[in-house]
Design a protein around this ligand. Structure first.
Ligand SMILES: Nc1ncnc2c1ncn2[C@@H]1O[C@H](COP(=O)(O)OP(=O)(O)OP(=O)(O)O)[C@@H](O)[C@H]1O
Length: 588
């Protein structure tokens, strides 16, 4: 509720103006049955033609006034609610952007999409409705009741009977609807998730001929969404008939009593009875509106809770060091001490007791079996995830003490799964540093050994590449991605097995170029041709460090490393290396 008020406060001028106009509309609406009673009693029954013109004219005039202010009030309500929705969506997007990867994973992309789209819309609609009818409906009920009581207390009291029952019913409806609607939104998350997955892997789905499987998965979730939505709608639709039933029952009781009063010659006029019935009808209409409002508020509050969850989480993990934004230069000395990490959605340790040191400007290769935790380890450095235990320092300061944005601006990261965006080749490289000049883009491309290949493209650097770089080869995509990381001249370069599609010669030239850069390089690789060039090698297995050392040290002290060497070089070359080493060591 606090978040809601905070966002709406900015538009309080518009809100108050819209509500003031709405109050004029309301006053007209409340006065109309009274004017009508005057037309009947004075104009028709008493035969005063003048009264018909006066009260009738007033009735028409106020109707035109109500119409005019109604339009104006709608305009200001729409303005305030749309701007409120815009701000909420913007802030939500901002919070999602700053979210740590742990939290991002916890919420899941599909759910965040539903929250930023559907949930914000629900709240925005409730704001509009709030200004138009949320206040108007209860006020209309109260004022109509007062007017009816003023006309004839005895008859009007019959209308009051329904109120306690209605209050209990609407309260129950609100709580139940809120719960049901939260479940609908959760199901919508699921539908979006299935849809997102199958759209992202549309080619794979077609190649494997899994369209019907994907369809049935979608159908299953869609079915559940339908059933939950129907349950919510049935409940919502129940409200109007209940209101009508109760109020109409009261009107019938009142008419029965009015008949007795008229027969007994009591002091009650036909005009008063017509006016009270008219007020009763307005009360019925307003109560139906209130039932609708109850449903809208229940939905909007469920949606607001979901939006608030994102804000609260984002606030909790606000990066304390994020305030100062001055330029930060990192040398690149990296040290892990007893680091442990488990993915939020997993219950198995991914990394345990990882300790190693990489000197600024050196190159370390990370080797290990598939699933041993190499990518996870790299991702802890730019704080895509936060370590659960232990300390990671850069230049002898914990990574958490750096402003997150500045820390990441000093790091060039090339993920295992290459992702290119729709746009030109130059745009894709410049994505690493938006203000990079064309010379810087070309320099990065040359370092990444992709310049010649780009020049061979139809429009060179201005060639458009489709989503995920459909018109580039695997190796070209890898090198564009490396150029994107290099263009920002990082102090730390993280390469996650991103040279797998390169031929030996290109890879050698790439490593030569990277070796000349003034940056610390951490390189995940399975290729011996790469590891031998590194200053040190970190060998990991099942999330633990087996050994850190140079190629020579690992050959002597790490049997696992020797096995990898054997599998790639063959026994013969390995044996030859061992005997050469032995000779070197025993030489005088
Ligand atoms: N987002 C994630 N959520 C939960 N578990 C994950 C996630 N990503 C990876 N894992 C698990 O963490 C472990 C280490 O994965 P990681 O990707 O770091 O290994 P890797 O050594 O880089 O593997 P590969 O060489 O195949 O890329 C694996 O068991 C993997 O299943």
């Amino acid at each position: 509720m606090r978040t809601f008020s905070r966002f709406l406060a900015k538009y309080k001028g518009y809100v108050l103006f819209a509500i003031s106009l709405m109050l004029i509309e309301l006053a007209v609406e409340v006065a109309q049955p009274f004017m009508m009673s005057k037309v009947i009693d004075e104009g028709i029954i008493a035969g005063q033609t003048n009264s018909i013109f006066v009260w009738g004219g007033l009735l028409l005039g106020t109707t035109v006034l109500a119409f005019g202010v109604g339009i104006l009030s709608s305009f200001y309500s729409a303005y305030a609610s749309q701007n409120f929705g815009f701000d909420l969506r913007q802030k939500l997007y901002d919070s999602i952007q700053k979210m740590s990867t742990n939290t991002f994973g916890k919420f899941q992309e599909a759910s965040l999409l539903t929250r930023i789209g559907n949930d914000v819309n629900q709240v925005q609609n409730a704001v509009f409705m709030g200004m138009r009818i949320m206040l108007r409906a209860p006020l209309l009920v109260i004022c109509s009741l007062i007017m009816a009581l003023a006309l004839n207390v005895q008859l009007a009291l019959y209308l009051v009977i329904a109120f306690p029952i209605l209050a209990v019913f609407l309260g129950w409806l609100m709580v139940r609807n809120n719960r049901l609607f939260r479940r609908v939104q959760q199901m919508l998350d699921q539908v979006n998730k299935v849809m997102q997955q199958s759209l992202m892997s549309v080619r794979l789905v077609r190649v494997f001929g899994r369209m019907s499987h994907e369809n049935s998965q979608f159908q299953h979730k869609n079915n559940e969404l339908r059933s939950r939505t129907v349950a919510t709608m049935v409940l919502a639709e129940l409200s109007s008939p209940v209101v009508l039933l109760l109020i109409n029952g009261c009107i019938l009781l009142m008419l029965w009593a009015a008949r007795d009063l008229l027969n007994n010659g009591s002091n009650v006029s036909v005009g008063e009875i017509v006016a009270i019935v008219n007020y009763a009808m307005r009360i019925t209409g307003a109560l139906s509106m209130i039932a609708m409002i109850v449903n809208t508020v229940a939905r909007a509050s469920a949606s607001m809770q979901r939006v608030d969850e994102v804000f609260e989480t984002a606030d909790q993990e606000q990066d304390h060091a994020e305030q100062p934004e001055e330029e930060l230069h990192i040398e690149g000395d990296i040290c892990f001490s007893g680091v442990g990490f488990t993915y939020p959605e997993s219950n198995m340790d991914t990394l345990s007791d990882i300790s190693f040191h990489v000197k600024a400007g050196s190159m370390m290769a990370i080797m290990g079996a598939t699933g041993s935790g190499k990518s996870s380890l790299l991702q802890l450095i730019p704080r895509m995830y936060n370590a659960d235990v232990g300390v990671i320092t850069i230049d002898h300061k914990p990574v958490e003490s750096y402003p997150l944005h500045q820390l990441r601006m000093n790091i060039g990261y090339v993920p295992q799964e290459i992702m290119l965006f729709t746009g030109t080749v130059a745009d894709n490289i410049r994505w690493g540093k938006l203000e990079a000049t064309m010379d810087e883009v070309i320099e990065a491309a040359k370092l990444a050994q992709i310049h010649e290949a780009i020049m061979d493209l139809p429009q060179g650097y201005e060639t458009m590449i489709g989503q995920k770089g459909v018109n580039l080869s695997g190796g070209q995509k890898q090198r564009v991605s490396i150029a994107r990381a290099l263009v920002r001249k990082p102090s730390i370069l993280l390469l996650d097995d991103c040279t797998s599609a390169l031929d030996a010669e290109t890879e050698r030239r790439l490593l030569d170029a990277i070796g000349q850069l003034q940056c610390t390089v951490l390189l995940v690789t399975q290729k011996m041709s790469t590891t031998v060039r590194a200053d040190s090698i970190l060998l990991i297995d099942e999330g633990r460090v087996i050994k850190q050392g140079s190629h020579d040290e690992l050959m002597v002290h790490a049997s696992l490393y020797r096995k990898i060497v054997q599998s790639q070089w063959g026994k013969e070359r390995e044996a030859q290396w061992m005997s050469n080493k032995q000779r070197e060591l025993t030489a005088p």
